[in-house]
Design a protein around this ligand. Structure first.
Ligand SMILES: NC(=O)C1=CN([C@@H]2O[C@H](COP(=O)(O)OP(=O)(O)OC[C@H]3O[C@@H](n4cnc5c(N)ncnc54)[C@H](O)[C@@H]3O)[C@@H](O)[C@H]2O)C=CC1
Ligand SMILES: O=C(O)[C@@H]1CCC=N1
Length: 285
């Protein structure tokens, strides 16, 4: 922990202050990895949102255009956390004010390191990451790729930041879109499955609260079983599935809808969409 503290005497600016930026900030502060006084959160115009973040986390905030350049110049780390559609304009403006050594961390889906550097107009050190919203409770899963310009110190900084809010997986950038399909967007698929399980129970007369409790504990227990037993999900599934029993009947129903292949197709479509969003930004070069 002392190493984490000493690493983050640096100022970090979150450029874009939406749900992903908040998830990371919440996790970093809860684990005392970064002091709130070293965190600046910025958006374009929404003062109410910034006031809310300031109240909640005691961080610094800014949406005043006249202070923006100064803040960005004095931040050792700038986290790009705006929507892909807003990234091109922001990066074109950011490039000319950067100095060598300032680390750019992007959480933007689809946006490649090369496009970021081209939009900035300079070979800045860039870490492309794909976190997920579970970072807010320290259970995030973040994929990370580094540009060639990162120093060892930069790498350590990125890793420390995201390790503080969950697990990290260092990958080749070419795999970032599929990783987005698995862990970046993945929480939404699990929530969707939970919504359906809760709806099923309620339709049969259980209360919403009972269904929610049962579903949450089931998902939590299943994830922990995989983690703690080290067994493969398929082997654990087999232990639930008695021959000709109720689970088998349920799985057969899922397979009638081609559940397994549908999930794979969803992950692939997510990856493809991530790439499409990145390609749209190449057109703005
Ligand atoms: N929500 C999620 O689960 C995940 C999101 N991401 C990525 O995180 C990024 C942000 O997503 P969300 O937080 O969900 O979006 P969001 O819409 O909640 O937040 C985006 C923020 O960026 C701000 N913004 C836009 N243009 C700006 C500019 N020029 N200057 C300053 N601020 C600006 C907006 O005011 C807003 O506060 C996206 O690029 C997304 O691909 C990555 C992983 C997971
Ligand atoms: O839906 C999106 O585009 C972002 C990227 C990963 C999760 N949310």
């Amino acid at each position: 922990m002392s190493q984490q503290h000493s690493l983050f005497q640096n100022n970090i600016a979150f450029y874009g202050a939406g749900s992903m930026a908040e998830a990371i900030v919440r996790g970093l502060i809860a684990r005392s990895v970064v002091s709130p006084s070293n965190i600046m959160m910025m958006n374009r115009s929404n003062s109410t949102r910034l006031e809310e973040l300031k109240q909640r986390y005691n961080v610094k905030t800014n949406n005043d255009e006249s202070n923006k350049s100064g803040i960005l110049r004095s931040s050792s780390v700038i986290v790009l956390a705006m929507k892909p559609k807003d990234a091109a304009a922001a990066l074109k403006e950011l490039g000319p004010i950067l100095s060598e050594g300032q680390l750019i961390i992007s959480v933007i889906a689809g946006l490649s390191i090369s496009t970021i550097q081209q939009l900035l107009g300079r070979k800045q050190p860039v870490a492309r990451t794909m976190p997920n919203t579970s970072s807010s409770i320290g259970l995030g899963a973040t994929g990370i790729s580094y540009s060639a310009e990162l120093t060892e110190d930069h790498r350590r900084m990125v890793n420390t930041l995201f390790e503080a809010v969950g697990t990290i997986t260092i990958i080749d950038e070419k795999h970032m879109d599929v990783l987005t399909g698995i862990s970046g967007s993945g929480p939404a698929y699990i929530y969707y499955m939970m919504e359906a399980m809760i709806a099923a129970g309620m339709r049969s007369g259980l209360s919403q609260q009972q269904c929610k409790e049962l579903t949450v504990q089931t998902v939590l227990g299943a994830a922990r079983m995989v983690q703690q037993t080290g067994e493969e999900p398929g082997a654990l599934r087999a232990k639930v599935t008695s021959p000709n029993g109720s689970t088998q009947a349920a799985i057969q129903k899922l397979d009638e809808g081609d559940f397994f292949e549908d999930v794979i197709a969803a992950v692939n479509r997510c990856a493809e969409r991530s790439k499409e969003m990145g390609d749209a930004l190449v057109n703005e070069l």
